[in-house]
Design a protein around this ligand. Structure first.
Ligand SMILES: NC(=O)c1ccc[n+]([C@@H]2O[C@H](COP(=O)([O-])OP(=O)(O)OC[C@H]3O[C@@H](n4cnc5c(N)ncnc54)[C@H](OP(=O)(O)O)[C@@H]3O)[C@@H](O)[C@H]2O)c1
Ligand SMILES: [Zn+2]
Length: 351
C-alpha cells in the first residue's frame, strides 16, 4: 500500500510517500481502507517534529482518526463486517487500571494512541482493534466523520459533563476558529448557551460567527475581559471553554467569569504556564476543571448530533495523501479556517 512514512523526526519534508506491505488483520482487529484522516497540531505536527518525547518509534505512520471502509476482519471480530462505513477511535485503553475497571475508561492514565503509538491513517489502509471501530451514519461523509470524531466528543465532555453548561448560560469559547473551538461553539449552542467566540484575528472571529457564535471578540486587538463584561451587561460569563493556556490570554479569560463560573480546559498550545488570581477564584466561587478525553456516550452524542445536522465539521480543504507535507506546511502558516483532511483515495488537487 501507499503510506506517508516518517523515518526521522523533523520538518514537513520528513513526510515521504512510500510503498509498504499491506497490513493483515490480527485476531480481534480489522483493516480499514482509509478515505479521510485529519491533520492536527499536537498529534501530527508535534509528533512529526519530536515524537520521541511521546514514545513514538520509527519508522512511523501518523494519522489518529481515520475513517473509511472495512476491507478485512481478523478472527474473533463479530460487531464489524466487511463493507461497513466506519471510523477509528484512537485511544487504546489499558483495561486494567482503576478507571478502566470502573467504567471510566476516558480517564485511563495508560492510554495508547493509534497514529502515535502504532501506525495510523496516513496510508491506504490502517489496522485497528475492532473495539476501536464506530459505525459512521449514512448521512455523514468520511471527512466530516473524521473531523467530528476528532473534536466533538471532547467538546461534549468539556462542556456537558465537566462544565455542566445549562440552557441560557453564557459560554466564552477561546480559539473559536480552531479545530476544537469550532466544535466548542456548536456544542455550546446545542446545549442552549449564548456563545461569545474569542479568536486572535478578525477573520477567525468572522469564521466562528458564521459557525453559530452569537458574539465575537478579537482578543489580540481588544481587552477580552472588558469585552465579555460589556457583552454580558456586567454579569460575566458562566463558562470559559479555554484549551490554549497562553500566559497573556488565560488571565483575561479567567477574569471574564461571573459568579460561580467554570473554566474548562484540555489544551496548552499557548505554553501551559499561566498566572492564577486565587482571590478571584475563591471569592467568586469559581472552578477550574481539566479534562482531556471523551466517553462512549460523548462519541455517540457527537455522531448523532452530526447525522441530524445539529453540528457540522468545519473543513478548510481536503488534500490527497501525497500532499501530506504541504498540508503540514499550511497548518504551520496559520492560514487555515477549518481542518485539513487527507484523502488517500484522491489522486490530485482538492478531492
Ligand atoms: N480532540 C480534541 O480536540 C482535543 C483533545 C484533547 C486535547 N486537545 C487540545 O486542545 C487544544 C486545541 O486543539 P485544536 O486541535 O483545536 O488546535 P488548533 O486547531 O491549532 O486550534 C487552536 C487555537 O488556539 C489558538 N491559539 C492561541 N495561541 C496559540 C498558540 N500559541 N499556538 C497554537 N494555537 C494558539 C488559535 O486561535 P487564535 O490564533 O485565533 O487565537 C488556534 O485556532 C490543543 O492543545 C489540543 O492538544 C484537543
Ligand atoms: Zn486504564
Amino acid at each position: 500500500m501507499r503510506a506517508v512514512v516518517l523515518r526521522e523526526f523533523g520538518g514537513p519534508e520528513a513526510l515521504k510517500l512510500e510503498e509498504v506491505p499491506d497490513p493483515s488483520p490480527e485476531a480481534g482487529e480489522v483493516i480499514v481502507e482509509v478515505h479521510a484522516v485529519t491533520v492536527n497540531r499536537s498529534l501530527d505536527l508535534k509528533v512529526r517534529e519530536a515524537g520521541a518525547t511521546r514514545g513514538v518509534t520509527l519508522p512511523h505512520v501518523l494519522g489518529v482518526d481515520p475513517a473509511g471502509v472495512v476491507v478485512a476482519t481478523g478472527d474473533d471480530v463479530d460487531a464489524v463486517e466487511m463493507g461497513d462505513r466506519v471510523a477509528v477511535v484512537p485511544h487504546i485503553r489499558c483495561g486494567t487500571c482503576e478507571f478502566c475497571t470502573t467504567g471510566r475508561e476516558e480517564q485511563c492514565p495508560n492510554s495508547r494512541h493509534i497514529g502515535v503509538h502504532r501506525w495510523g491513517g496516513y496510508a491506504q489502509y490502517v489496522s485497528a482493534p475492532a473495539k476501536n471501530i464506530v459505525q459512521v451514519p449514512d448521512r455523514l461523509g468520511f471527512a466530516d466523520a473524521a473531523v467530528i470524531l476528532r473534536h466533538a466528543p471532547t467538546a461534549f465532555n468539556l462542556l456537558r459533563n465537566l462544565a455542566e453548561v445549562r440552557s441560557g448560560e453564557w459560554v466564552l469559547v477561546m480559539g473559536a476558529a480552531g479545530g476544537l473551538g469550532a466544535l466548542g461553539v456548536q456544542v455550546a449552542k446545542l446545549l442552549g448557551a449564548t456563545v461569545i467566540a474569542g479568536a486572535g484575528t478578525d477573520a477567525r472571529v468572522e469564521s466562528a460567527l458564521a459557525n453559530g457564535a452569537d458574539h465575537g471578540v478579537n482578543y489580540r486587538a481588544n481587552d477580552l475581559t472588558e469585552e465579555a463584561e460589556r457583552i454580558t451587561n456586567g454579569r460575566g460569563v458562566n463558562v470559559v471553554f479555554e484549551n490554549i493556556s497562553d500566559p497573556a490570554l488565560w488571565p483575561k479569560a479567567f477574569a471574564s467569569l461571573g459568579h460561580s463560573g467554570r473554566l474548562v480546559t484540555a489544551g496548552a498550545h499557548g505554553g501551559g504556564k499561566v498566572e492564577l488570581d486565587a482571590r478571584r477564584l475563591y471569592g467568586r466561587r469559581l472552578r477550574i476543571i481539566g479534562g482531556a478525553g471523551a466517553s462512549k456516550r460523548d462519541i455517540a452524542s457527537a455522531l448523532e448530533a452530526a447525522s441530524q445536522g445539529k453540528i457540522h465539521a468545519v473543513i478548510d480543504r481536503i488534500m490527497p495523501l501525497h500532499a501530506a507535507a504541504d498540508a503540514h506546511r499550511l497548518f504551520e502558516e496559520d492560514a487555515l479556517l477549518g481542518k485539513v483532511v487527507l484523502d488517500p483515495t484522491a489522486t490530485r488537487g482538492n478531492a
